[in-house]
Design a protein around this ligand. Sequence first.
Ligand code: ATP
Length: 634
Amino acid sequence: MSTTAHEETLGFQTEVKQLLHLMIHSLYSNREIFLRELISNAADACDKLRYAALDNDALYEGDSELRIEIEHDEKTRTVTVRDNGIGMSREEVIKNLGTIARSGTAEFLKQLSGEQQKDARLIGQFGVGFYSSFIVADEVTVRTRKAGGDKAEGVEWRSRGEGEFTVADLEREVHGTEIVLHLKKDAKEFADDFRLRSLVRKYSDHIEVPVRMPKVETARDDEGNEIEGSEVTTWETVNEATALWVRSKGEISDDEYKAFYKHVAHDFSDPLTWSHNKVEGKLEYTSLLYVPGRAPFDLYERDGSRGVKLYVQRVFIMDDAEQFLPLYLRFVKGVLDTRELSLNVSRELLQQDPKVEKIKSALTKRALDMLKKLAKDKEAYQTFWNVFGSVLKEGPAEDFANREKIAALLRFSSTHTDSATQDQSLADYVARMQEGQEKIYYIVADGFNAAKSSPHLEIFRKKGIEVLLLHDRIDEWLMSHLHEFEGKRFVDVAKGELDLGEIEGEDEKKAQEETAKAKEALVKRVKEALGDAVQEVKVTHRLTDSPACVVLPEHEMGFQMRRIMEAAGQKMPEVKPILELNPSHALVERLEAAEGERFGDLALVLLNQAIIAEGGHLDDPAAYVRRLNALLTA
Ligand SMILES: Nc1ncnc2c1ncn2[C@@H]1O[C@H](COP(=O)(O)OP(=O)(O)OP(=O)(O)O)[C@@H](O)[C@H]1O
């Protein structure tokens, strides 16, 4: 008999209310996942008890056979999921089943629109967990008691999922958690033995904890003959109940790998690829790493969850062990099981253990190899790149040792396709390099169009030399850590002297020198007219269609990075551009012919235009407009 007391009714946190509302609508066509979520939680609770009991086996309270039980009753339309795992205290129940503790939740929920399909996708990214019970149930009762506690410390939680829940004290003999779902009328299909069994197999074959369901049979006498009209109930294990990563690769099907991914990653959709490795010898570990097909909602959150599920000799130790993968691979999900660490390892101890560093570099290599393999499938890799490319771009700065490997995995937009899709590899670029071309050229701009139409590209287009068009916020940062690829140096076409090396013939170079000489007087006049606004004025052969462009010295921080730093509140030392003039442009010829104030205005207009074309902001835009209008109406 159980008695309840100390009953209180509390409101769900606003975010939970929003989630419940949206989830019930958007996941209607995917209702069966509630069972996966509940089994997943129950298995985690068993894992946690096994871990806690390593130090104190009294926590088992004499029942160390961890298990999950699922029962149903068609008449009362209920499904019960029960575990003898760690259980929860009253405070834990209120926190875990009344709030969402993950940071970024409020912002995430704002993105939901009420549009069923879109929301279903987004919610899948978020992971709905326990709350998914309300997709199929109109009332949920949770009875739980923390392992090792007193039987008087049990708790009963009840809710109809409509904004509030009730918690009460409960006398509970056994530890662990029991969740009773009172199914909605239209979800009665889930109170069916056959349906439940097939769902259990689908979702939990790979979970090590046995999932049992009652089997009712006619009783037999001592000789094995059926006794008519009598029934016995036995518990039958329905899932395979072996940890997936322990099994050998050859006997695991793709579907099993995919199902396991959904359990570890709390994701609804299939992974793009995975890599399962058992390593013996000096460093012993088994790893099963996955690349998700879409980004989790907290990919860019500082404290977003990342890392692998850590097991030591099959005993679960912790979720999100982030010490085993670098930050730029934070999208990789999976499991690491190793004998190299002790069972009582903690997050703090992990930071000091030199073996952790070794495993981290081995897993990093595995993850990069997995991506290299994935890259063979262009379409799948593009999906990966579109979602995680900008995270991988953090790699060269973070992981010096693997720079070349990461560089080979990068994809860019380029003048070869002139499309914003980043789908060109550096190897592709190198293969297309012209005879005599020694460098890999790129341009960085705030957006794809600004990069594509930059005046700096004119000479490259004319000569048919490919230029990478970089337009992600992180790109200049990336390029400041990438110096060469396959021995070819990277060159920013908007910085320093333009040197096309062997691509330019001797005649061309000679002609350029002659022009420069012929325009010396013009250059001097322009520099005098512009004064401190520029550090230098030159004639250029970069341009074919534009009259002028601005360039920075080779080792100066680029304009894009400066703007990002300034936007982040960093004060940047002022840098004056170099103005380069196209000697064969009509406007420059007109400039040459101008005198006095008109000359000064025209020179300033050319400088201002060059700054605008490069994506920069003018100090005094109104003055520019006035000056331009005066020239247009003169
Ligand atoms: N059967 C259970 N036994 C013990 N604790 C549980 C159980 N089910 C849920 N919990 C607790 O409630 C918390 C919230 O569960 P919920 O399923 O909502 O989220 P989650 O499992 O943390 O993450 P996700 O939403 O990604 O599944 C869990 O982290 C766990 O602490």
